[in-house]
Write a protein that binds this ligand. Sequence first.
Ligand SMILES: Nc1ncnc2c1ncn2[C@@H]1O[C@H](COP(=O)(O)OP(=O)(O)OP(=O)(O)O)[C@@H](O)[C@H]1O
Ligand SMILES: [Mg+2]
Length: 187
Amino acid sequence: MREERDVDLSVQDGSCSLEVVSQRASQTQRIGMALGGLLQAGDLILLDGQLGAGKTTFTQGLAKGMHVTDVVNSPTFTLLKEYMGSQSRDQKESAGAPLALYHFDLYRLDDPDEIVDLGFEDYFYGSGVCVVEWAGNADELWPADRLYIRLSTVDETKRRLLFVATGQRYCELLQQLQKNMYAITRS
Ligand SMILES: Nc1ncnc2c1ncn2[C@@H]1O[C@H](COP(=O)(O)OP(=O)(O)OP(=O)(O)O)[C@@H](O)[C@H]1O
Ligand SMILES: [Mg+2]
């Protein structure tokens, strides 16, 4: 069946990938929310895709999954916005513990060195969750282990989401996400 094929996880040389098609914005948010509920301190999520592909829409869901109560919108003019969320109640050891969300938007970044000059690099190895829109604008900065998500526009309401996880933590994360995915993409 098409839906089952859409949520197949493929594993290759230390990286895992998963492709799903979201039928509408609310579905993209739900996928983001499912991911947000699985995140831990130090996680790095890189987003790429054209203008209007759904990166911020996905991040809004992710923030909800992290129990962020503030409104999340694009931090285009500031490079970074910080939010306070908490660990998911499902993660028993740290349930409810505060967890910061650092939302970057690198659309207007002229030079990746700016990130280093501003001291932002510390965030990527820090104790919060980092989500980066337009991550491709600073490709050389990223640590080897991360979850990369490429969103592309299929038509007005459909978006293709390609998840590529590198390293053990992110492959496990993607495997956990995959378990929730079928229910979301069928709805
Ligand atoms: N399946 C879908 N998933 C996500 N967004 C969708 C979908 N279908 C329609 N949309 C619409 O597409 C737009 C996506 O905008 P959004 O700001 O999330 O994109 P973006 O990738 O962050 O763009 P930018 O590069 O300008 O920051 C929203 O208006 C949203 O409602
Ligand atoms: Mg955006």
